[in-house]
Design a protein around this ligand. Sequence first.
Ligand SMILES: Nc1ncnc2c1ncn2[C@@H]1O[C@H](COP(=O)(O)OP(=O)(O)OP(=O)(O)O)[C@@H](O)[C@H]1O
Ligand SMILES: [Mg+2]
Length: 279
Amino acid sequence: MTAPRPKAGAAGFDQLFSSKAEGGLRVKTGIVELDEMLRGGFMPGDSVMVAGSAGSGKTTLGLQYLFNGVKLGEPGIYVTFEELPDQIYRDANNFGWDLRKMEEEGKFRVICTSPSLMLESGDGSLLEDVFREVQPQRLVIDSLSHLEMFVKKDDMRMEAYRMISYLKTRGISSILLWESPQISGGSFSVTDVGLSFLVDCIVALKPVEIESSMRKALVILKMRGSDHDKRLREFEITPAGIKIQSAFTNYEGIISGSPRKVASEKFMELFRGASEKRK
Ligand SMILES: Nc1ncnc2c1ncn2[C@@H]1O[C@H](COP(=O)(O)OP(=O)(O)OP(=O)(O)O)[C@@H](O)[C@H]1O
Ligand SMILES: [Mg+2]
């Protein structure tokens, strides 16, 4: 007799983190459905860009990735240019993530710095001491967009490249958050400074207005060297963090910002309407 398969999203914490074999050597986000979309998780050592508009859930996703990483035995560092430490600890606590405890255990560190300091250190020496102490396998930068204010547009790609290379040579799997006002079309032009092809994977978060309500969509725009879910999936920010739901199968044009029901769905609606009338 085989054990019943746990429903997606209903897996217990231990189950979630013990199935190393399933995803092979992947960096699990710990968000079950996202890991499924990524065919097990991100590729080790990859730089991932999480792009989305204000309030779309970038910071939440970044912190959840780090928190779950520590649970998996993978220490992490959160570099922020925008939020004050107290606010980060407080917001994370509201999701049930005790960052201070992880810091006390030496498995995690919040670094609040300014982009100019980060850039001055250039080669990343600002981070060296912390790296020695924490031995991170994961790192989140919140956000890369803030660097843009401190460097000329032409230099942005070089600075981002330096940072990405620095993390890669240390084998750190990174998530770079990027605030993008709009993500459009099938092209990968998530940023207008051409950062898209410096990163290995792009996850886009996008608010969508459907029938007068605001919903959230997540899509993996690219993932070098791996298959992945190509569909646009709905997600929610819940008191336990990000939860991914089903695909927006009945709509098209969501990425371009004008969702329409697909023809088959319209037909079904008309059909349902007609049969209701007949009753
Ligand atoms: N404890 C919580 N429970 C449920 N939802 C929450 C909680 N905390 C925040 N949220 C939701 O998450 C949203 C903000 O998410 P987050 O800060 O991750 O977005 P962001 O993309 O980083 O935003 P910004 O561009 O401002 O940095 C809030 O607007 C709220 O809807
Ligand atoms: Mg944020």
